[in-house]
Design a protein. Structure first.
Ligand SMILES: [Zn+2]
Length: 309
């Protein structure tokens, strides 16, 4: 019976090891993260714009990191977006939705998953939106819809191009129809942008999925994407199960989407500022409505206000 005792002792040892494993918070607060070759210092990754020097993986960025890289550190103004009522459906699953919101706000320091800023590239004023995946997977609800509409309105009133940097898992389940209704609302806002002859540029980053892909992420005049970004509507396993066929390699990654025409251009992070600047310079030169200082406001911005209410 000696072997039984030995096995039990071994089991106890394993339990102890499991107990001292790093928690999610430990990993987030650590100086280290991991990539293809194992652990890598966050500092080293940051110096390389959060791109792995070995495999070129473009690691996820929060909106502040994104705007710092794109516009220069702190060279942008964060705009206050409208705050709708929290959780009107009183939704509870394994825990109340309000609690989930509270912890997401504490974790990210943001009120909703979208941050709206105004800044400039190549001396061209620009309104931009980026999402924080750490805020409930950057899913979309009323507050995000309001932020998107506010940014569109700001772009129209200031005759700015609108840049949207997408990421997120889709519409937020806990808000049901309120979430889904943000898809037509954002699509209508983009219509207003286009009626005002303003460029609407989308930068797809990893991961962009679900209702986000099915609405504002696919309505750009130009679709840029970071290398290797997952851009999908339904998950690959669901599709494979439905069509009962082997999916091509690299399915739903930006390189595959570029081949199939959903993405116009894949841009490395280090080149983004330059590429977006060049694109805007070309687009605005051709567009005298935007370059004219006389057109400070638009007659159509009233329609957008209606859509926002
Ligand atoms: Zn790597």
């Amino acid at each position: 019976m000696n072997w039984i005792k030995k096995t039990l002792r071994f089991g106890e040892k394993i339990k102890k090891i499991i107990k001292i494993r790093a928690t999610k918070a430990d990993i987030e607060n650590s100086d280290w993260t991991s990539c293809c070759k194992g652990p890598i210092l966050k500092k080293d990754l940051e110096e390389n714009l959060w791109v792995c020097p070995s495999c070129n993986k473009h690691h996820r960025l929060n909106p502040r990191q994104r705007f710092d890289l794109l516009f220069g550190k702190g060279n942008y103004e964060i705009l206050k977006t409208p705050i709708p009522k929290d959780d009107p459906l009183d939704f509870v699953d394994s825990k109340p939705y309000l609690e989930r919101l509270k912890s997401a706000r504490k974790k990210t320091g943001m009120h909703c998953s979208m941050m709206v800023v105004k800044s400039n590239i190549n001396n061209i004023n620009i309104t931009a939106i980026a999402s924080d995946f750490d805020f409930l997977g950057a899913s979309i609800e009323a507050a995000e819809g309001e932020a998107f509409l506010y940014a569109s309105q700001h772009a129209i009133e200031n005759q700015n191009p609108l840049l949207v940097i997408t990421s997120g898992g889709g519409m937020r389940m806990q808000a049901s129809m309120i979430s889904l209704s943000q898809m037509p609302r954002t699509a209508l806002a983009i219509n207003e942008i286009k009626e005002n002859n303003l460029p609407y540029i989308v930068l797809l980053t990893d991961p962009t999925a679900g209702g986000i892909t099915a609405s504002y992420a696919m309505l750009g005049d130009i679709h840029l994407a970071e290398p290797g970004a997952l851009v999908a509507f339904a998950g690959a396993r669901v599709i494979q199960g439905t069509v009962k066929e082997e999916l091509p390699s690299g399915f739903q990654r930006s390189e595959y989407l570029e081949k199939t025409g959903f993405v116009d251009l894949i841009v490395e992070r280090k080149d983004l500022r330059k590429k977006i600047g060049t694109l805007l310079s070309i687009l605005l030169k051709k567009n005298n409505v935007i370059s004219s200082a006389e057109n400070e406001t638009s007659k159509d911005s009233g329609t957008l206000t209606k859509a926002a209410s």
